[in-house]
Design a protein around this ligand. Structure first.
Ligand SMILES: NC(=O)c1ccc[n+]([C@@H]2O[C@H](COP(=O)([O-])OP(=O)(O)OC[C@H]3O[C@@H](n4cnc5c(N)ncnc54)[C@H](OP(=O)(O)O)[C@@H]3O)[C@@H](O)[C@H]2O)c1
Ligand SMILES: [Zn+2]
Length: 340
């Protein structure tokens, strides 16, 4: 059997191990993808922490995958053919029957078949994926540019598009990492007055280049009053996994404004009742989005991730840089071989 290189996690808390595995065989409704690029998302840390339902060790993480179809199973070949370039994101399931699927929320299907969590993902030279989990990649993008749009970009585009904010509203993005640096670009291109919130002054220049109209240093503890000086935010998208920060930003909302949390954290958000009542403010969460919409909008409006490229052998370094927030702004694993 032909072999491939992969980076796997053998058990919760383990480090990445570079292994040789057999190239997987696609089942009848699956395709075999030769991976070209795979973004590293903070969500992949769930596979290492082991605190997500459905984890199935050893596991190959990775849910921002772009590659070429090499082979299609007998049912999948009705929809997909070898040679097509496709993307795979955080595919949550496909039962079509549970309450979440019926509500159109496949990324939270109760079957919880999640790429890189309960099925092997893209930190490998090859992977299989179900035909309904695949997306065409616009020609405009190189594979390494498209990969981070499949989760990071898709999530924040969906959160912003469905936030209720209208053109000209003040919209803030908290945390400039993989999700945040794309959220700034989308917010600007969706026509919002865009504020970037980040720790320290370091990322100010880049935030403005990405399209932010204003920059606020949250480490001063004055972010809420700075937002009020700008008129108050209609929406604050929180990509920073810090519950205390989230609570501290509520007084920065305009009347009727909303905090939308996209980050995962085990922390607890404490909010005095008066802070929500007085301004009729709200706080909500958002996961996933419609990948094809995010890809289409990104291609039309030239929204691209800023990436650092790593070979699979440097997966540890690529992952650590993401965890330490020192990557500008998405680590992307580049697999060997021919690329588009
Ligand atoms: N909802 C969804 O569907 C979805 C999808 C993908 C990811 N996520 C989650 O979204 C979050 C962000 O993911 P990511 O890939 O963008 O991560 P990331 O690249 O690590 O970026 C997170 C950013 O948050 C800020 N930050 C980190 N730790 C912080 C702390 N303790 N206090 C204040 N700010 C902090 C940093 O920005 P500054 O340096 O600018 O302050 C950092 O760059 C993660 O929790 C991830 O699991 C959710
Ligand atoms: Zn992700």
């Amino acid at each position: 059997m032909a072999k491939m290189k992969a980076a796997e996690i053998s058990k919760p808390g383990a480090r990445f191990q570079l292994v040789e595995r057999e190239i997987p065989e696609p089942k009848e409704n699956e395709v075999l993808i030769r991976v070209e690029a795979c973004g590293i998302c903070h969500g992949d840390a769930l596979a290492i922490a082991g605190n997500y339902p459905g984890l199935n060790y050893p596991i190959i993480p990775g849910h921002e995958v772009v590659g070429m179809i090499e082979r299609a199973g007998t049912k999948a070949e009705r929809f997909w053919q070898p040679g097509q370039r496709v993307g795979v994101g955080w595919h949550g399931g496909h039962c079509g029957q549970c309450a979440n699927c019926r509500a159109g929320s496949f990324w939270t299907c109760e079957q919880a078949i999640i790429t890189g969590i309960s099925t092997d993902g893209g930190y490998a030279e090859y992977m299989t994926a179900r035909s309904e989990a695949l997306f065409y990649i616009p020609e405009k993008f190189q594979s390494k540019e498209a990969a981070p749009l499949l989760c990071a970009g898709n999530t924040v585009f969906g959160a912003l598009k469905n936030s209720g904010a209208k053109g000209g509203d003040l919209v803030a993005v908290a945390g400039i990492g993989g999700l945040g640096h794309l959220a700034i670009q989308y917010a600007r291109k969706l026509g919002f007055q865009t504020v970037a919130l980040s720790r320290g002054r370091e990322k100010k220049g880049l935030a403005l280049e990405l399209g932010a109209h204003f920059y606020v240093d949250i480490s001063t503890g004055q972010a809420a009053s700075e937002l009020q000086k700008l008129g108050g935010a209609q929406v604050i998208i929180c990509t920073a996994p810090n519950s205390k920060l989230i609570s501290s930003l509520i007084p920065g909302l305009a009347r009727g404004g909303k905090i939308i949390i996209v980050s995962f954290s085990e922390g607890v958000i404490e909010i005095p009742h008066s802070q929500l009542l007085g301004g009729m403010n709200s706080i909500s969460g958002w996961v996933g989005g419609r990948v094809e919409e995010a890809l289409h909008f990104s291609a039309l409006n030239n929204v691209k991730p800023m990436i650092e490229e790593f070979p699979l052998e440097k997966v540890d370094e690529a992952f650590s840089k993401m965890m330490e927030s020192t990557v500008h702004f998405r680590s992307v694993l580049i697999m060997g071989g021919r690329h588009t």
